[in-house]
Design a protein around this ligand. Structure first.
Ligand code: FES
Length: 156
């Protein structure tokens, strides 16, 4: 079995795998127990598995373990803590921007990436950025409110 050295949430970790084509998602959830990252479709279509790779929102079901080596990977656990949440995590809590919560990881990670590149993101920019993150419960409006909460706070 080979070892793959990853940088996850500012820590260097070693992940054992028989095959470097294994999706990063499996390594995060099954080897590193970072279960905020969700398995939805496994096909790059739902966004539940989104992580940041070198600051870019990336579907961890589509990137292989070997391709993740040497990149800076951030999961939801790396953003904040329950006692000191990231501003976007705090905004999602304040706006109750989840129903079943399965899509929430991807919504948060995509929103964080958007607000890094567009600190005062408009509603239209948020809608566009989040258009690939699916939610079957209909939490979109509250997600947009959470993004606006952060963008507007930065604007004052
Ligand atoms: Fe990766 Fe759906 S699980 S996009």
């Amino acid at each position: 079995m080979d070892q793959y050295r990853l940088t996850v949430n500012n820590r260097t970790v070693s992940v054992p795998a028989w095959d470097g084509t294994m999706p990063l998602l499996y390594a995060l959830r099954n080897e590193l127990h970072l279960t905020a990252t969700k398995f939805g479709c496994g096909l790059g279509q739902c966004g539940a598995c989104t992580v940041l790779i070198d600051g870019q929102p990336t579907r961890s079901c589509l990137i292989s373990l070997s391709n993740a080596v040497g990149k800076r990977i951030t999961t939801n656990e790396g953003l904040g803590t329950p006692s000191a949440p990231h501003p976007v995590q705090a905004a999602f809590i304040a706006e109750q921007a989840a129903q079943c919560g399965y899509c929430t990881n991807g919504m948060v990670m995509t929103s964080v990436a958007l607000l890094m590149s567009h600190p005062h993101a408009t509603r239209e920019q948020a809608q566009d950025a989040l258009s690939g993150n699916l939610c079957r419960c209909g939490s979109h409006e509250r997600v947009l409110k959470a993004v606006a909460r952060v963008a507007n706070k930065r604007g004052t």
